[in-house]
Design a protein around this ligand. Sequence first.
Ligand SMILES: Cc1cc2nc3c(=O)[nH]c(=O)nc-3n(C[C@H](O)[C@H](O)[C@H](O)COP(=O)(O)OP(=O)(O)OC[C@H]3O[C@@H](n4cnc5c(N)ncnc54)[C@H](O)[C@@H]3O)c2cc1C
Length: 381
Amino acid sequence: MDFNLSGQDQSIADAVRSFRDSRGYAGLSPIRDPKDPRVSENMRELGRLGLLGVCLPKEFGGQDLPGLSGVLIIEQLAQFCPRTATSALMSIGGPGLFVAKWGTADQKERYLPALMRGESSFCISLTEPNAGTALTDLETSARKVGDKVILNGRKTLCTGVDDTNHILTFCRFGPGVDDIGAVIVDSNAAGLTLSEPREHMCGAQWFELTFDDVEVLERDVLFFGNAFKLLMASYSLERASSGAWVVGVAQAALDLALQYSLDRKQFGRPICEFEMVQGHLADMYLKLEQARLLLYKSTFVKNGVADQLESSSAKIAATEAACYVTDRAIQIFGGIGASRQLPLEWLYRLVRPFTIAGGTSDIHRSMIAGSLLGRRFNHRA
Ligand SMILES: Cc1cc2nc3c(=O)[nH]c(=O)nc-3n(C[C@H](O)[C@H](O)[C@H](O)COP(=O)(O)OP(=O)(O)OC[C@H]3O[C@@H](n4cnc5c(N)ncnc54)[C@H](O)[C@@H]3O)c2cc1C
């Protein structure tokens, strides 16, 4: 087993470093606002460098590289500009992958090239007021009428919809689990209403969506049914991408903590000379490195399908390590670390919601146990 990056992945990592240097990022970027225009500029530049389509098909302008390449890009971007990395994540490891994997030739032609150029984006809408972890309870209905599908229902916690062009919307064409499908909705579609924006603790905005007889052309239906099983099978790169993002953000916190422990003196000595500070630093490194290994391993798919056990394990390891590392970084900085003068508390707020988004750590633990035991647990009463 070779634990070194391949030549190709090494060049991809080099390309992200050149991007960082050419955009003048010496340390952590000051961009905090997701709507900062520099994020769109960065995205167009990443698109020009071909870094947004690394995991998408060659015939539409991508590079068809394995998931690991995408994960490396997101992780490295997140170390110096978490906001740009969030947008890149949506192109590299987001809902566009569903279009690439399951879409018709027409859908790929219409959506993928602009996505890879950083000129358009997708968000995903699954969660509903009464269907969070119990996603198969979703109620948003899809009715086929002629060559159209009519959507009615309510979604919640949909993130980034205001900045996005297309919403991959999960809906039901009938009463059963196998009737859950997915359609591509234009974010300006008639009959679609967005609530006032609300804010996650990480600063991203989320919205409630109301679908009131929203018409979608049949050519924009991704699945008329069976979307749930396919979603679970294809979501692993999305999970690995979010995992890479939080690991990158946490690495930035570890780097800041290492430097501070060398610079800050108490009792006449740099605080890195105190064993408990050394213990924090060592544990931060260990947890991040363990998470990274699981994350990279989870990107290797067999016969086109990722392993549920590995995907859930990587998701938990990455998100929980990132919470631990950013929390310990605040500790090492002492009082100033807990203040808004420095970015540490922001880094913590960035990663904390990700033990919930993309499936909570609790449900992933249940899936891990199910895989280990060779059983599927029925969570219903
Ligand atoms: C930052 C962020 C961004 C998000 N972005 C999006 C988005 O863009 N699109 C979208 O559709 N959704 C999005 N979500 C929603 C996210 O997918 C849901 O919050 C998540 O699936 C949990 O659902 P819930 O909030 O309804 O919690 P609930 O399902 O109500 O869970 C509440 C608690 O009960 C526990 N629980 C529930 N069932 C079980 C079980 N069977 N076993 C053990 N514990 C259980 C959960 O782990 C949790 O602790 C986002 C969430 C966050 C935090």
